[in-house]
Design a protein around this ligand. Structure first.
Ligand code: NAP
Length: 383
């Protein structure tokens, strides 16, 4: 058997617990958890007390620990823990998309400088192995677009609304009950979580770093039963889709509710599932789908990073491509629910039923001018 790798696990919640369990079940990976960092050790009565600690410094200064697996979701503290671990030459695996989306250039180059590794497969798509595959594909093909359903909570809500003809609040309550929505679902329904994930995927695909707060996004918080009924009536399904696609030397990036064909590939992605399509110039459209969150699906993605570390796989190092810039989507055909249909100029309308409007192909600047009148909008795409 290979030499055992000594690791520290930061966090023993949904993901951390799953990682510990899977490492126990997959002894072939041969990673031994020497310390587990938590806030309240007394909550974890089933764990050997000798393993638990609240002392991050003790982990950082322990030369016997070569790998740190971060699963806390602890904001600035988590970032500091990752940074300090890398500075001390330890390799890091994290599941925290917020940290990766914000600090990928710095953390990946820091890892390289310290001859360490920085992996984050669980940070976009949960169990869906999109990061490693995207990195592989870009080595032999030109990535034209990456687009997907990357937020399980939003997808669960939209699926429930569509399937059960219920309103947004009831669907959110169902998502909470099923364990797919946090007490505060703002990041999920506003699209910011999807923006973070597409920021990560765009960095990997195109060497462009887009701060997630600069990414154009429109969430699903204002969607109503009436929207869903109209969308159904035209044979469409609505999905929250994050995308990053080439337009010349620009990467068009955004997150939008998208009206997809009822028999298209995205329509069949239901409940908390995620699906990401990578379009390669030579490869065509390649799809990856599966569980985007949850204890074991997320822990499995972390385990794939453990295996990558065990096998000496180099981690991604971000290097900015100066020739590439990013932009919001410029044009599109939109579904709008408006307060005052009479205020929408006729030349913009390709179909109207009550206050539901389908526009022709319009520039986003026109859409922006209509904003005060628009209660909900979604892009119409032939996918
Ligand atoms: N849950 C998912 O499905 C999922 C999917 C993809 C990515 N992620 C990411 O995975 C990370 C962990 O999520 P989770 O759902 O597992 O969180 P969680 O269930 O809330 O668990 C967090 C764990 O971290 C510990 N912790 C938090 N802050 C700490 C601090 N300041 N010092 C020491 N320990 C601290 C907690 O300690 P105590 O036990 O003592 O409270 C707890 O054990 C997050 O970044 C999240 O975005 C989660």
């Amino acid at each position: 058997m290979s030499k055992s790798i000594s690791a520290a696990l930061l966090g023993l919640g949904t993901v951390g617990y799953g990682v510990r369990r899977l490492l126990e079940e997959n002894r072939g990976i041969n990673i031994e958890i020497k310390k587990i960092l938590v806030r309240q050790p007394e909550k974890h009565g089933d764990i050997d007390p000798g393993l638990l600690t609240t002392d991050l410094d003790g982990i950082i200064s322990d030369p016997g620990i070569e790998l740190v697996i971060e699963a806390m979701g602890a904001g600035a503290f988590g970032y500091a823990a990752i940074r300090r671990s890398l500075v001390s030459g330890k390799s890091v695996i994290t599941a925290d998309k917020e940290i990766v989306a914000r600090h990928l250039p710095e953390l990946s180059t820091l890892a390289e400088a310290r001859d360490a590794r920085f992996y984050f497969e669980a940070a976009a798509g949960g169990a869906v192995p999109v990061i490693r595959n995207l990195l592989a594909i870009r080595k032999y093909d030109r990535v034209e677009s990456v687009a997907g359903i990357v937020n399980g909570t939003a997808n669960y809500i939209l699926t429930q609304m569509f399937r059960r003809d219920i309103d947004f609040a009831s669907a959110l309550a169902a998502a909470r009950e099923a364990g797919f929505a946090e007490a505060d679902p703002e990041d999920d329904v506003s699209g910011i979580d999807s923006a973070r994930k597409i920021a990560i995927l765009a960095a990997l695909a195109y060497d462009v770093f887009v701060p997630s707060e600069h990414i154009y996004r429109y969430g699903i918080a204002n969607i109503t039963k009436e929207d869903i009924a109209f969308i159904k009536s035209i044979g469409r399904v609505v999905k929250l889709i994050a995308f990053a696609r080439r337009r010349g030397e620009t990467i068009e990036i955004g997150v939008e509710p998208t009206l997809v064909h009822g028999d298209g590939v995205f329509a069949g992605v239901e409940d908390e599932d995620n699906a990401i399509f990578i379009e390669g110039k030579a490869s065509g459209n390649l799809g990856f789908s599966g569980k985007g969150a949850g204890r074991y699906p997320t822990a499995a993605a972390v385990l794939s990073d453990c295996l990558a570390y065990r096998e000496g796989v180099k981690s991604f190092v971000f290097r900015e491509d100066d020739g590439i810039s990013f932009a919001s989507p410029e044009r599109g055909q939109y579904y709008l629910r408006v307060a005052d249909p009479a205020a929408i100029p006729n030349f913009l309308i390709s179909m109207r039923r009550g206050n539901h409007i389908i526009t022709g192909e319009i520039d986003w600047r026109i859409l922006a001018r209509l904003a005060d009148n628009v209660a909900f909008c979604g892009k119409i795409m032939n996918i």
